[in-house]
Ligand binder design. Structure first.
Ligand code: KG4
Ligand code: ZN
Length: 369
């Protein structure tokens, strides 16, 4: 008689805890990348594959959740097949399946979660749901084989700007977070008013290289009584107003006096560079403060915005000057990918976690998941 999947979970926990090596197949579909990877022992990438939806969303200027969900459904089987083939493994070699179950766009997440559950159920393979931010943090374990907790993580992506104390692989405490827009959101929105295509972060990064970062002093808000929290909404509005005022100087848009003096006469490249500097100032000063506050002298900078060249340069310079150990994964591990989910899944299993067929996608999810 076949044992029902859900009653195997307790048994599998015991079995997996005895396995020295674990090969994990991972799926990631929380936003606009359909990704799959096979990773050994949370550290060694055997394969990583993805279908990007950027061109589908670009015509709308941002991610359209319904378009994303449908696109994941079309891609996911192929992407998983490619990851398995490129790793040279079959399902008999897979010890567990890890899948991003939140936070993210719920329709998008459901594609990955449903596919992972179907594979786990039909093949009788243990399943673990992974928190997307834990995935971003785990990218540091793939970048450096000697990298391990405790460390401070600056997580900067399209959906999140968080500072965390990573006490252990599966023990993470928030130290600070954005009160409004995330850093990535600010990049994307500012890029849009500058007439740059989605996603705006890489476009601003490129344009800023031709600009003068000290041309305009944009304000960056501090949050009262919460020095590690961030707020990028005021900065974003200031940039948008200054762009409108440039257009005003051209005679094309109505008046707003506040930034006209500062902004008129500056190129788009100056605006991009000045905006980028303001974001980098805000992120780097808070990361330094988090290290001072906790006494932890190790910092990982992860998430899509960690691909930003100005942020990488600043953090590298600070790590030399202020003597802390810095890990910034290569850009392909910073933006959404499935290898980071496999790594986080590995450490979740090592911490005794597994999920049964009731695993569901969640738009909002506590980090303790
Ligand atoms: O981590 P990610 O791929 O997806 C989320 O979890 O949100 O991050 C995507 C974000 C987008 O806002 C994108 O504009 C930003 O990362 N990004 C960048 C750069 N590359 C990607 N922002 C600034 N500079 C970059 N080079
Ligand atoms: Zn992400």
């Amino acid at each position: 008689m076949k044992v029902p999947y859900n009653s195997n979970v307790a048994l599998w926990k015991k079995e997996l805890s005895r396995c020295q090596d674990l090969t994990i197949l991972a799926l990631e579909s929380s936003c606009d990348d359909t990704a799959s990877a096979v990773v050994k022992n949370g550290r060694i990438i055997l394969s990583a594959d993805a279908d990007s939806q950027i061109m589908e969303h670009r015509k709308y200027g941002g991610v359209v959740p319904e378009v994303a969900a449908r696109s994941h459904l079309r891609s996911i089987d192929d992407v998983v097949d490619r990851a398995m083939e490129n790793a040279g493994v079959t399902f008999d070699d897979i010890d567990a399946i890890a899948v991003t179950c939140g936070p993210g766009l719920v329709g998008a997440l459901l594609s990955g979660v449903s596919c992972a559950k179907a594979l786990a159920f039909s093949r009788g393979i243990p399943l673990v749901g992974v928190h997307h931010i834990k995935g971003h943090i785990a990218a540091s374990y793939l970048e450096r084989e000697d990298w391990q907790p405790p460390f401070i993580a600056l997580v900067v992506s399209g959906g999140h700007s968080h500072l965390a104390l990573v006490r252990d692989y599966d023990d993470i405490e928030w130290l600070g977070r954005t009160r409004d827009d995330s850093a990535g959101e600010a990049f994307d929105k500012v890029a849009r008013v500058l007439g740059l295509p989605y996603p705006g972060g890489p476009e601003i990064d490129r344009l800023a290289k031709q600009g003068d970062a000290s041309a305009i002093r944009y304000p960056v808000a501090s949050v009262k009584n919460a020095p590690l929290d961030m707020s990028f909404s005021g900065l974003k509005t200031a940039v948008i107003q200054s762009v409108e005022n440039m257009a005003l100087a051209d005679g094309s848009i109505s008046s707003n006096a506040r930034f006209i003096e500062a902004a008129s006469g500056h190129s788009r490249a100056d605006i991009a560079a000045s905006f980028q500097k303001a974001v980098v100032d805000a992120l780097s000063s808070r990361a330094l403060r988090a290290m001072d506050q906790t006494g932890v002298r190790k910092l990982a900078v992860v998430g899509g915005v960690a691909s930003n060249s100005a942020l990488r340069n600043r953090m590298e310079e600070l790590s030399r000057r202020r003597h802390f150990d810095l890990c910034i994964p290569k850009p392909s591990l910073c933006t959404d990918n499935a290898a980071m989910i496999a790594s986080a899944g590995y450490y979740a299993i090592r911490a005794g976690k597994l999920h049964d067929m009731t695993l569901n996608a969640a738009a909002v999810l506590d980090i303790s998941h």
